[in-house]
Design a protein around this ligand. Structure first.
Ligand code: SAH
Length: 447
């Protein structure tokens, strides 16, 4: 097999990025947007010593999982991995990935529960960050193509609410009318970098944020007026200042142009304040189910609960009514401020929040003689450091609930925890991100 060959290939497996995998002479061949069960003619693009890459030349026999993609920018935009197969087929791939990672990387031999499907497959996202580009006088607003910083124009993404499309159209007209200078990240010149939008699922409140490489936005009143005229449910319009040459989207400073500097939402019958810089689960309806499962596994009644990587305090606060005490730890100051206010908003007075690195705070709490009975961890994709895992084990909690958005790092961390005396006794995958290649897992570890 060599570059530009046309070969016949049967797809037997699928990755989380939506590539089907088949074999030619025992070499794995990856084919984007193909499906398990496809019989294909493929065009070989690249052959390496351990694998090859190809694109579909012709579908000889389609997989029964196949459906017609209903999105004009799939798979170019890099957001969705699975618009070409049924949701059931996607769930099978995700469940299998979690099971395989726990077994292969974590050497954990348990019956992983069935994956919990998302209540909605489209329009479930409550947050979007759109990059912009201006090239040859053509304005693009949308998403970065996979593994690139090329903006694919997409004003109507089916994962987002329709109101986001309206907001982008207001920005479009205002940018063109006022000749707003769009940021160019190669030259590090220009003003408007990203349009960032958030919506409260239950409250309907919307926050609109313009991320700018500067301190002031020209014609900002006109923008605010146009936005509010179209969507009175906008409760907050904010500038975020990011003057760094970086691919981190948000800077540290926000300036409120209209309304409050936050929106509110409801989750598990509690009210939450969410500031622009604070983390908040993007699929709120499914987050409620995930939190209920975490609570069931944590069994917090009468216990001291330590909630590490707590964001705005959501998980710990949903347990506070039955727990004896909740201590949350989070590194972003705005999120900690939100968490404290969220406790107050809900009349909860047995919760405290610490702004610090999870590992450092845990060590400090240990030195201060705090003894949590239950520990919750919900780290970013890279998982926990060995240090954090060691300190967790030193606390010797009855239960450890690990919520993870990457089952590979979850499996790695569980393998380490096994050497520290904790074994996984239950694991449930949750599909928080339908049609994309991401899957969440909640696992219970006990001594
Ligand atoms: N449990 C929360 C947030 C989970 S996201 C929820 O369900 O909403 C992970 C959180 O970990 C983010 O808020 C992030 O800011 C925080 N974080 C990242 N690195 C951290 C660290 N080293 N120490 C403490 N918190 C950290």
């Amino acid at each position: 097999m060599k570059k530009n060959d046309i070969c016949t290939l049967n797809i037997t497996d699928c990755t989380l990025s939506g590539s089907g995998v088949g074999h030619i002479d025992s070499l794995a061949v990856f084919v984007p947007a193909s499906a398990v069960g496809d019989e294909l003619q493929v065009h070989i693009l690249k052959v390496k010593s351990n694998c090859a890459f190809a694109k579909i030349h012709k579908i000889i026999n389609p997989s029964p999982d196949r459906i017609d993609s209903d999105c004009p920018v799939f798979p170019k935009c890099g957001g969705c991995a699975f618009r070409h197969i049924s949701y059931e087929a996607e769930l099978r791939i995700k469940e299998n990935q979690v099971r395989e990672n726990l077994r292969r990387i974590g050497k954990i031999d348990i019956d992983v529960d069935s994956i919990q499907p998302s209540p909605s497959v489209n329009a479930y996202r409550n947050k979007a960050q759109y990059p912009l580009s201006m090239q040859g006088g053509k304005l693009s607003i949308g998403f970065y193509a996979e593994r690139s910083h090329r903006v694919i124009d997409c004003r109507r993404c089916q994962l987002q609410s329709d109101e986001f499309t309206v907001i982008l159209s207001v920005f479009n007209d205002w940018i063109l009318k006022n000749k707003i200078f769009i940021y160019d990240e190669v030259k590090h010149k220009g003003l408007l970098r990203h349009i960032y939008i958030r919506k409260g699922e239950k409250t309907g409140e919307i926050l609109v944020c313009a991320v700018i490489n500067g301190e002031k936005l020209p014609h900002q009143e006109e923008l605010c007026d146009a936005l509010l005229k179209k969507l009175p449910q906008i409760k907050s319009i904010v500038l975020n200042i990011n003057k760094e040459k970086t691919n981190v989207i948000l800077g540290k400073k926000c300036i409120t142009l209209y309304g409050r500097e936050y929106i509110e939402d409801e989750l598990c019958s509690l009210r939450f304040r969410i500031s622009p810089l604070s983390f908040y689960q993007v699929n709120a309806l499914q987050a409620e189910r995930l939190y209920n499962k975490a609570k069931e596994l944590a069994d917090p009644k009468g216990k001291t609960v330590l909630d590490l990587y707590c964001g705005t305090g959501t998980i710990g606060l949903t347990m506070a009514k039955t727990a004896k005490k909740v201590i949350g730890v989070e590194i972003i100051p705005d999120a900690v401020r939100d968490a404290k206010i969220n406790a107050e908003l809900n009349g909860i007075n047995n919760a405290e929040f610490i702004c610090a690195d999870a590992g450092e705070a845990a060590k400090q709490l240990k030195e201060n003689g705090i003894k949590p009975d239950v520990i919750i961890v919900d780290p970013p994709r890279k998982g926990c450091s060995e240090d954090v895992l060691q300190t967790i084990a030193d606390f010797s909690p009855e239960r450890l609930v690990y919520i993870s958005c990457d089952s590979a790092t979850l499996a790695r961390d569980c393998a380490i925890l096994k050497t520290l005396g904790y074994t996984v006794t239950a694991a449930t995958p949750f599909d928080m991100f339908p049609r994309t290649g991401h899957v969440e897992t909640v696992a219970l570890l006990t001594k």
